[in-house]
Design a protein around this ligand. Structure first.
Ligand code: NAD
Length: 732
């Protein structure tokens, strides 16, 4: 069976329908290209056919994109991967170009048959690149549909002509949010942006497309016509020059130069704009090949596309029956509880939101009301939707309302005693078998479980703040946590459309365990006299979203003090961070708690806007005359995190490096270009990584000591993914 079929109607319109076998959304693969090409050729040469409509057999969508494994297949098909990828990409260009030229005479542009794309809904990646090669794009008026080219989000760029066609259709300026930010639009917005041509009622989609095909339209693409000029100006045109200078600055500003795809995309558009269309496609293919051969792109695709999806689909879910949540009890309506109530209600789950006082519970619920009001103001929601969502949240002080809950998420104060008392009160109503999850960020799950009647049903579900924005959820198994509780937590996380990782119980679990050494390394450098600007910029230039000093300002310096004190109490003499605490405690004593007190390592204006690094810090911790080089600072900041990740794997806290990588990027923004801590070590190569750790250990201390596992991989030049990543590296 093939994914494409052709039917000719009595008016002579050939309808090519794409319907990928066994998938809910169409996905393009190598065979698909060949089949589409053959059917288009058949229709073009059939005298009975006047024109073609390409559509989808799936309800509500045209296509979700390309099967990225195609690229890996192209790369691996030859000893010369660059040539294999380039040739493979040029073949795709050939297929789409034959659609675009539709049998026209190459010199006179005469002849040819009109080809329309009729999109029932979502059209992403190649699902938009094919329509862009057609002569007119119709989309059904389906407000839920998403149309766009999101490739840049996973470390590549639209490489099947999307880059060249969209920049020529809209001009570099118009195309830039779509190409450089991967912005997706609903059909109406996509038409406004000029990406598609017409939005029609869903039931008229095929009729309208056919009518157009039969109307003898002009089908010559502007760029194939004589005298064509790039909208907004080509690079040597004064306006075009301004656009490209601005775009180049913007790309470098946003990416700090660490994302190869963004630069390559811009080069493909710039260089392509200077030459005829077919040459531009070749240039696009060269840059695309360049990006695909960069290990950063492979790693990003692997973590942010392939493995993220696998985790969301339950790669580590125990084999127990469906545990979908119908009614959740959220205890504690503070910052976290309010967010958890919101994301649950958004997923259609009934919520009981409990706090000590009705006022506190109502305040927690008002967070959802405010969220929906903002959505209404931005036309993303309606008053009816707001009412429906608020109708799902019962804010109360009455524990009896928890009756019937099939999951509890506790988010009260971070205090063992308070949590234990709440656990008992809740279980008196819901019974011992209802899965009870705690959102604690620091307390051991196994210890908290002692307050529960049934430790098998007790688990950690650790959200990140702000809950509605942060996509990662860390699920923590206590020593006795059972499979049903894990499945329940995973099914809940899936319902609220977040990405889960499942880890074992140990101090700070996974994410905080890695973030804290990052912050501490930054503060330690301040103590040593490294310039704060160097510390912060080094972090950003290696792709961290926030420097360590900004991060501690955001999370608050008093929280840092609290964690330091608790850790020291637990570790006793082995506690290694005295130097860090000196700076941290001094800041706290000076009342500089970070953003929340409008003063920290940075200064802030009255409205809380961050101004710059606090210059007087140098009076206490003077900047040394001799400064380390950039790479050393970057290595210290990154190794502080990744070595903790490796130790978490050695300790059995992490059981899957895919979770370690995806969790690091989504949880604390670990340099996404690298694909995560384990991917970064693989890119560096274990021998180089181990050698660097040895050097850092010699100069800066034992916290950089090469973990045994890394040493072992270094000795035989192995990689984490070859050893732990499902056996084989399937990324592009
Ligand atoms: P918060 O102080 O904003 O909210 C706690 C709420 O719990 C308050 O509204 C309080 O009135 C309520 N509460 C206290 N005792 C209660 C009881 N006996 N019964 C019912 N309600 C009670 O705190 P938060 O920042 O939302 O943190 C809550 C939990 O989430 C903590 O365990 C914290 O460690 C964890 N956490 C926080 C963050 C964060 O960034 N703030 C991130 C992850 C996890």
């Amino acid at each position: 069976m093939t994914d494409f079929t052709l039917a000719i109607d009595d008016q002579g319109v050939a309808v090519i329908t794409w319907d990928t076998v066994g998938k809910s959304m169409n996905v393009m693969n190598q065979q698909g290209f060949a089949d589409l090409d053959a059917l288009v050729a058949q229709a073009l040469t059939d005298d009975a056919v006047k024109g073609i409509v390409i559509t989808s057999g799936k309800d509500g969508s045209f296509a979700g994109g390309m099967d990225l494994n195609i690229i890996a297949a192209m790369r691996d098909s030859s000893d010369d991967p660059a040539k294999a990828i380039f040739d493979g990409v040029m073949e795709m260009h050939g297929v789409l170009r034959r659609i675009e030229r539709a049998g026209m005479d190459p010199k006179t542009n005469k002849g040819g048959k009109p080809i329309a794309a009729a999109l029932p809904g979502t059209a992403l990646g190649i699902g938009l690149e094919i329509p862009l090669a057609c002569h007119r794009i119709f989309a059904a008026d389906n407000p839920k549909a998403k149309i766009g080219l999101p490739e840049i989000m996973v470390g590549i760029f639209p490489g099947a002509g999307g880059t060249t066609r969209l920049s020529r259709k809209l001009g570099a300026m118009g195309a830039s949010p779509l190409l450089l930010q991967g912005k997706l639009n609903n059909p109406t917005a996509a038409m406004k942006a000029g990406v598609i041509d017409e939005v029609v009622p869903a039931e008229d989609l095929l009729t309208k497309a056919k009518e157009w095909v039969l109307s003898e339209p002009n089908i010559v693409k502007p760029w194939d016509d004589k005298g064509w000029k790039m909208p907004g100006g080509a690079p040597y045109h004064p306006a075009g020059f301004m656009t490209f200078v601005g775009a180049s600055a913007m790309v470098n500003g946003n990416t700090q130069g660490v994302y190869p795809a963004a630069k390559a995309l811009l080069s493909a558009v710039y260089e392509g704009a200077l030459v005829p269309f077919d040459t531009a496609l070749k240039i696009e293919a060269r840059w695309f090949t360049h990006v695909l051969l960069n290990p950063s792109s492979s790693a990003m695709i692997r973590s942010l596309f392939i493995n993220k999806e696998k985790l969301e689909k339950g790669a580590n879910r125990p084999d127990v029956s469906d545990q979908k949540v119908k009614k959740v009890g959220v205890i504690g309506a503070g910052m976290m509880g309010a967010g958890i109530a919101l994301v649950s209600a958004k997923a259609g789950i009934e919520v009981v939101l409990i706090d000590n006082s009705q006022e506190a519970a109502d305040k927690g619920k008002s967070y959802s009301a405010d969220y929906m009001d903002k959505g209404i103001a931005r036309k993303k929601a309606t008053p009816e939707k707001k009412e429906a969502l608020l109708g799902l949240i019962n804010a109360t002080t009455d524990y009896a309302a928890l009756e019937g809950c099939d999951l509890i998420v506790e988010a009260v104060f971070e205090d063992m005693g308070v949590k234990a008392e709440v656990t008992k009160k809740v279980q008196a109503v819901v019974g011992p078998d209802c899965v009870f999850a705690t959102n604690t960020s620091t307390l051991p799950i196994t210890e908290l479980a002692q307050a529960a009647e049934n430790a098998e049903a007790f688990i950690g579900i650790h959200f990140f703040s702000p809950v509605d924005k942060m996509n990662l959820v860390e699920i923590i198994k206590g020593q006795k946590t059972g499979d049903v509780a894990v499945a329940k937590a995973l099914d809940f996380v899936r319902q609220i459309r977040k990405t889960p990782i499942v880890v074992n119980d140990a101090r700070f679990f996974y994410a905080n365990r890695c973030i804290i050494p990052y912050i501490n390394e930054g503060i330690r450098m301040v103590k040593e006299g490294v310039s704060p600007a160097l510390i912060e910029n080094a972090a950003k230039l290696v792709g961290m979203p926030l420097g360590p000093l900004q991060l501690v300002d955001e999370t608050s310096i008093d929280l840092g003090v609290k964690i330091a004190k608790a850790t020291k109490a637990a570790m006793g003499d082995a506690y290694p961070d005295g130097e860090v605490d000196e700076v941290l405690f001094w800041m706290a004593d000076a009342g500089r708690m970070g953003r929340k007190s409008n003063a920290g390592f940075y200064t802030y204006d009255d409205k809380g806007k961050r101004e710059g690094l606090w210059s007087e810090l140098g009076d206490k911790y003077p900047v040394a005359a001799d400064q380390p080089d950039l790479i050393t600072v970057q290595h210290r900041l990154l190794f502080a995190q990744v070595l903790e990740a490796v130790r978490a794997l050695e300790d059995g806290v992490l059981t899957d490096i895919r979770e370690g990588d995806v969790g690091a990027i989504l949880g604390w923004g670990f340099a996404p270009w690298s694909g995560g801590p384990f991917s970064w070590l693989d890119i560096l190569g274990a021998p180089f990584a181990a050698e660097t750790c040895d050097m850092l250990t010699e100069t800066y201390g034992d916290r950089f000591k090469t973990p045994d596992l890394l040493r072992e991989l270094a000795d035989r030049n192995g990689t984490f993914y070859a050893r732990f990543g499902e056996g084989v590296d399937t990324a592009a």
